[in-house]
Design a protein around this ligand. Structure first.
Ligand code: HBI
Ligand code: FE
Length: 278
């Protein structure tokens, strides 16, 4: 999204964009968060964390435990201090979705934008825009895993390049499938590490246990050509063996982006002859 698009989107976005700095960040004011918001966080945290031992990736679980954020909406400064020591990543507070350019710039500088507001109690099961539970509980723990942190910084740099060749759409597929909905094979089983999965109780179980979705070996060419639908539970997941795989393929992305930009995408949920089942 360009700055213009975000401004035109703003009336529909929930966050307060009026007080943001030029880089779309604002102050979290952790001390003034209402107790009701902390209670919503605790409810979401308790429900999701019950599913983690059986369904979440080890690196995610260990990092979430280190962050120690079960008691309420986390203090971004405290979490940043811990993350910085491990991978150099820090968190910046934002009002919600920000333009692609600003988002990529933060990632390239090892800063992860985290939304400051939390969903209302009646929205526990599903929200359209990412809130602090999706962004923090879903995305932040894996920023403490060095190989994944390297990938996220490199993704930010690629985003800046993709913007210049009008290839944001294919690049967004890499983020969607591997950052939001990625699975990893561990000890012979399937584990979720994607933020979109781990911040959704239904998808955490479905993605790792249902026989219905197609689960494919991660292949960067296939991912960049695969269309997706943000409004439905995923019909296709991609599985990695380790996080280093994500970074290792990035040198091929600039050339693949132009091909993916100009080719017909593989429709949502469809198979492709080159598919390798996970
Ligand atoms: N902004 N705050 C925020 N969080 C995101 O995850 C995000 C964004 N802007 C754009 C965006 N994601 C996607 O377009 C990525 O594919 C870049
Ligand atoms: Fe997300």
């Amino acid at each position: 999204m360009t700055r213009h698009e975000t401004i035109s989107l703003q009336p529909r976005l929930r966050g307060d964009y009026s007080a943001t700095r030029a880089d779309y960040t604002l102050d979290q004011h952790h001390a003034t968060i209402p107790e009701a918001d902390h209670a919503t966080w605790r409810t979401l945290y308790a429900r999701q964390s019950a599913l983690l031992p059986a369904h979440a990736a080890r690196a995610y679980r260990e990092s979430l435990a280190r962050l120690d954020v079960a008691q309420g909406v986390p203090d971004f400064e405290a979490a940043s201090a811990q993350l910085r020591a491990r991978t150099g990543f820090s968190l910046v507070a934002v009002p919600g979705l920000i333009p692609d350019g600003a988002f990529f710039e933060h990632l390239a500088a090892r800063r992860f934008p985290v939304t400051v507001w939390i969903r209302r109690p009646e929205e526990l099961d599903y929200i359209v825009e990412p809130d602090v539970f999706h962004d923090f509980f879903g995305h932040v723990p894996l920023l403490g895993e060095p190989a994944f942190a390297d990938f996220m910084e490199a993704y930010g740099r690629l985003g800046q390049q993709a913007d210049r060749i009008d290839a944001l759409k294919p690049l967004a597929r890499l983020y969607w499938f591997m950052v939001e909905f990625g699975l990893i094979r561990e000890d012979g089983g399937l584990r979720a590490y994607g933020a979109g999965i781990l911040s959704s109780s239904a998808e955490t179980v479905w993605s790792t246990t249902s026989p219905e979705p197609r689960r494919l070996r991660f292949d960067i060419t296939r991912v960049l050509r695969s269309d997706y639908d943000i409004h439905r539970i995923q019909p296709t997941y991609f599985v990695i063996e380790d996080y280093a795989e994500l970074f290792a393929c990035l040198h091929r992305v600039p050339a693949l982006l132009e091909q993916a930009r100009d080719a017909a995408p593989i429709p949502v949920g469809e198979a492709d002859p080159a598919d390798i089942p996970a």
